[in-house]
Design a protein around this ligand. Structure first.
Ligand code: AMP
Length: 122
């Protein structure tokens, strides 16, 4: 599958769609999710054109990977979520219900997030 340059996050990166930016640097952009699932729900995306985590982990340069994950950690820290705790998550593909085909990590915080998977769901 080829990267679609018209996906919504590509448009955000080009400034064609507004976003509520939390942080930006050479490698990453972080902004509030439009439909937050928790009191704090931020998306962190790389600036490069990668479809999902699978694509990013295979093709991104060391500098992009390091820059992206350092940015993710900095965003979590600067939002003040370290003490209470947070969850980071990325959906890849159909079974994970990935909606936007530009790699992104969700950062959830601001309340008790519960266990990741309920024992009965296994
Ligand atoms: P995923 O299912 O992991 O691909 O998640 C995509 C996320 O992007 C969802 O949580 C959406 O609410 C969010 N989203 C979609 N469009 C926008 C937008 N224009 N600005 C911010 N977040 C968005």
């Amino acid at each position: 599958m080829a990267y679609d340059p018209n996906n919504i996050f590509a448009k955000i990166l080009r400034g064609e769609i507004a976003n509520k930016t939390v942080y930006e640097d050479e490698h990453a952009l972080a902004f509030h999710d439009i439909n937050p699932q928790t009191p704090t729900h931020v998306l962190v995306i790389p600036k490069g054109a990668y479809i999902s985590f699978a694509d990013f982990s295979e093709k991104a340069s060391e500098a992009e990977i390091a820059g992206f994950f350092r940015a993710l950690g900095k965003v979590a820290k600067d939002l003040g979520t370290e003490e209470g705790g947070y969850r980071i998550l990325s959906n890849h593909g159909r079974d994970a219900h990935q909606e936007v085909a530009h790699f992104h990590m969700h950062l959830f915080a601001g309340k008790d997030l519960g266990r990741m998977i309920k024992p009965a769901d296994k």
